[in-house]
Design a protein around this ligand. Structure first.
Ligand code: LLP
Length: 423
């Protein structure tokens, strides 16, 4: 049975899909397809809900820009008081362009280049999260050459199973992220020798799309023990960063609310008496966005139905790379059309180019519009130009208004500076 994704931000009025108060079909009439459409009120409500859940303790949310780094999206969160967690010089650049102060930025990445560390220090970001002893030594060296003191957190890998897709699980000892507790202790204890570093925090991020609170509880427990050991030794940290990873509903997953999340970890967090940092990405953005695509062709091979649409793995990679489920529903419901089971596939020359497999969906014809739901996180940011496809436009809806927050790429964008060298 075809199901409609439940949402208060994407609803049907007279069988037509709306984002807030704007008809989706009206938007794409102007922008074409494929196009990402985001609900500004979703971003705002999700942020406020998260913030309020932890109202009892001093905390800061650093929106993980990797989930959706459109400048207008980052700015929406900044205006609510958020900071930004950046993972590269490119994301740092974006955060600054969106209007963030350096003090509202924290710098992550398991493999920061010398240049990225230098940039972080030049801008004087709130903290750099180091992921190895070698990196700590390099940060100290670079900070010394710049006559400054770097504020550094150590990312600890708490070795807990986040029970999520292996590609997005990051807190197991077999994963590349962070250092184990013993190594972290050893590094923190180097504080007196590291003249150009001040350890200000301890950090974790155990994975993404986590749908149960227990891995968080376990990891927070482990890290708080470490935090207390350090405190006893006179290494007073001011930040305890628990990363992001809160799961959302794509299909019928049973997720937890931020209130439940808070209830589970607040007692431990309170005992730390320091500022708690959160880095949610998906939670704030995934269900704020859809990808709208047009049906190009329908066909049947053997007994299999295919809907060939104009969006591809280049626009939304998640189904191809993780086998991720995204709900797909018609932009206009037509109850006279029967339901079929079909693969929804894109124009790219790969069998892995699909948005859905064996999906119950309204029988569509050429020109019908489909909405791929829950596409606000890790959608546009993972888009590529494979097959020399132009990346989609992005739209932000606010009440009864919408604006183009990034136009569809032009053919010239695809060439960049290649033309210059042609004789
Ligand atoms: N902080 C750090 C250090 C991270 O590495 C991430 C995500 C986050 C915060 C935000 O996590 P979130 O709250 O969004 O789960 N492309 C994958 C997800 C990769 C997540 C990478 N790190 C996907 O499409 O599912």
């Amino acid at each position: 049975m075809m199901q409609l994704f439940p949402s208060t931000y994407f609803t049907y009025k007279n069988n037509k899909l709306y984002c807030e108060e704007v008809a989706v079909a009206e938007i794409v009439k102007q922008t074409g397809t494929p196009t990402y459409i985001y609900s500004k009120n979703y971003f705002e409500d999700a942020y406020k809900e998260f913030d309020a859940a932890f109202g009892e303790i001093p905390h800061i949310i650093f929106y993980a820009a990797k989930a959706n780094f459109n400048l207008s999206v980052i700015k929406t969160f900044l205006q609510l008081g958020s900071g930004v967690d950046v993972n590269s010089e490119g994301e740092l650049y974006r955060a600054l362009k969106a209007g963030a102060n350096a003090k509202e930025i924290i710098l992550t990445s398991v493999g920061k280049t010398r240049n990225e560390i230098k940039l972080g220090l030049e801008h004087d970001v709130l903290m750099i999260k180091a992921e190895s002893e070698e990196e700590v030594i390099l940060i100290n060296e670079i900070a010394a050459s710049m006559n400054t003191v770097a504020r550094v957190a150590i990312r600890v890998n708490p070795d807990v199973d986040a029970k999520t897709h292996p590609y997005i699980s990051t807190g197991l000892s077999e994963n590349k992220f962070g250092v184990n507790s013993e190594t972290a202790l050893r590094i923190f204890r180097m504080q007196s020798e590291l003249k150009n570093i001040r350890f200000t925090g301890i950090d974790m991020h155990i994975g993404s799309q986590i749908t149960s609170v227990s891995p968080f509880v376990e990891a927070v427990e482990k890290l708080s023990n470490l935090f207390m050991i350090l405190k006893k030794e006179g290494i007073e940290l001011i930040h305890f960063d628990i990363g992001g990873g809160i799961g959302i509903q794509y299909k019928d997953e049973k997720t937890f609310s931020v209130k439940e999340f808070a209830r589970a970890i607040l007692p431990t967090l309170k005992s730390l008496n320091c500022k708690i940092i959160f880095e949610p990405g998906r939670y704030l953005t995934a269900n704020a966005g859809i990808l709208v695509t047009e049906v190009l062709y329908t066909k049947k091979n053997q007994n299999k139905n295919f809907l060939v649409v104009d969006a591809a793995m280049t626009d939304l990679l998640r189904p191809s790379i993780y086998g991720a489920y995204h709900h797909i529903q018609p932009v206009e419901i037509d109850k006279t059309k029967k339901e079929i089971v079909a693969d929804v596939v894109g124009p790219v020359c790969e069998s892995g180019d699909f948005l859905a497999k064996e999906r119950a969906i309204q029988k569509s014809v050429h020109g019908d519009l489909l909405a791929v739901m829950s596409a606000g996180a890790y959608g546009m940011v993972m888009a590529s130009n494979y097959n020399a496809r132009r990346r989609p436009a992005e739209i932000l809806v606010d009440g009864n208004k919408f604006s183009v927050i990034r136009s569809r790429e032009t053919l010239d964008h695809l060439l960049f500076d290649e033309v210059k060298v042609l004789k």
